[in-house]
Design a protein around this ligand. Structure first.
Ligand SMILES: Cc1ncc(COP(=O)(O)O)c(C=O)c1O
Length: 354
């Protein structure tokens, strides 16, 4: 029999909620300010000048509460960008907030496709929701997933962080079952040219798509994103939120980043990144390092000794993302952001292999 999918029990109802320590580790912990940062997947060192101007122009408005008009304009911008009705949009303080709201759905059993972004695990475990990690073996294809029939919530990333694997839409849709909600984390979908596998506009009642604007627009400090799903699901997610969940600058950023010119700019950037990614992946392969095949603004690969390599790179002032905090990966997996200065990174890695 093939090893297929490992199903790992992480928590069960009735047990004291336990959060796996690695699930709250994120790449920003790896990079000190003076380092060359390949650990964090934010596209640029700062937001584009036009976006900064849009935001600074709104600073005087901070005297007032966030306005309904701004909220409605942000909803309309997202709906227009994805071709969905406005009642299918919920604005979020970053894609992460979408995960933080999931316990409100009170799932009986959550299945998390791993390796993956660990915030869903952290928030569901902290809320005492029973969950299973469905660990895909390399090359991390969704077709290998064996999901427990009882799972009424399934979370999958597309493209997946940290592997970079981009699942076909059909595989993601194949996770649907009566009585189940499939949550697709599309935080990096806008970094894939033309977003061929995105389900953001699908408008299916049992699909919830989470999107982030923080990576592409270098707005991680502002916290901006949104969810796309059925109005009934969005209402349950939002029921216990504070009255003004997003501030004026967040609303302005969403309006700005979902405008057609911004979407076109993001698409052009994605094409550039995709070319750089191919170069970086080829250079790592040429060093004899196994590279996970994917399409994302980051690359995951395997080195003979990940702990030693990270130490070596740190001595060069280079930060990379450790991967042993992700369920299903090892200390020898490393993830690096795709950047134009990748040759510096590859040269340092080559040095570390000698
Ligand atoms: C795969 C994935 N999903 C979602 C998020 C959350 O993004 P944010 O809350 O910054 O929008 C991140 C952040 O690192 C991520 O890597």
């Amino acid at each position: 029999m093939s090893p297929a999918t490992t199903v790992l029990t992480v928590s069960d109802r009735g047990a004291e909620p336990q959060v796996r320590p690695g699930s709250r580790y994120h790449g920003d912990r790896a990079a000190a300010p003076e380092m060359l940062d390949f650990a964090v997947n934010i596209r640029n060192a700062q937001p584009p000048a036009w976006l900064l101007r849009r935001l600074t122009d709104r600073l005087p408005d901070l005297a007032g509460y966030p306005s309904g008009a701004d909220h409605d304009a942000a909803i309309a911008a997202v709906a227009g960008r994805h071709g969905v009705p406005e009642d299918h949009v919920l604005l979020l303080a970053g894609g992460s907030e979408g995960f933080a709201l999931l316990p409100a759905l009170r799932p009986a059993l959550a299945a998390l496709i791993a390796p993956s972004f660990t915030e869903p695990e952290a928030v569901l475990a902290a809320a005492g929701i029973p969950l299973r990690q469905v660990v895909l073996p390399p090359p991390f294809r969704l077709g290998d997933a064996v999901i427990p029939d009882a799972a009424d919530l399934v979370v999958v990333g597309n493209p997946t962080n940290p592997t970079g694997v981009l699942h076909p839409r059909g595989s993601v849709l194949g996770l649907r079952r009566p009585g189940r909600l499939v949550v697709v984390d599309e935080a990096f979908a806008d970094a894939v040219p033309d977003e061929p596998e995105s389900l953001a506009g699908a408008g299916l009642p049992d699909l919830l798509v989470l999107r982030s604007l923080t990576k592409t627009w270098s707005l991680a400090g502002l916290r901006v994103g949104y969810a796309l799903g059925a109005p009934t699901v969005l209402a349950r997610l939002a029921a216990a939120r504070p009255h003004w969940p997003l501030g004026t600058l967040q609303l302005e950023a969403i309006i700005a980043c979902c405008a057609p010119e911004a979407v076109a700019q993001a698409r052009a950037g994605a094409t550039v990144l995709s070319g750089l990614r191919s170069q970086l992946a080829a250079a790592l392969s040429a060093l004899g390092l196994p590279v996970v095949a994917g399409q994302a603004p980051f690359v995951t690969f395997v080195v003979p000794d990940g702990v030693l390599m990270r130490k070596h790179l740190r001595a060069y002032g280079i930060a990379v993302r450790r991967c042993d905090t992700f369920v299903g990966l090892t200390p020898n997996h490393l993830r690096v952001a795709v950047r134009a200065d990748w040759p510096v990174l590859v040269a340092a890695i080559a040095e570390g292999l000698r």
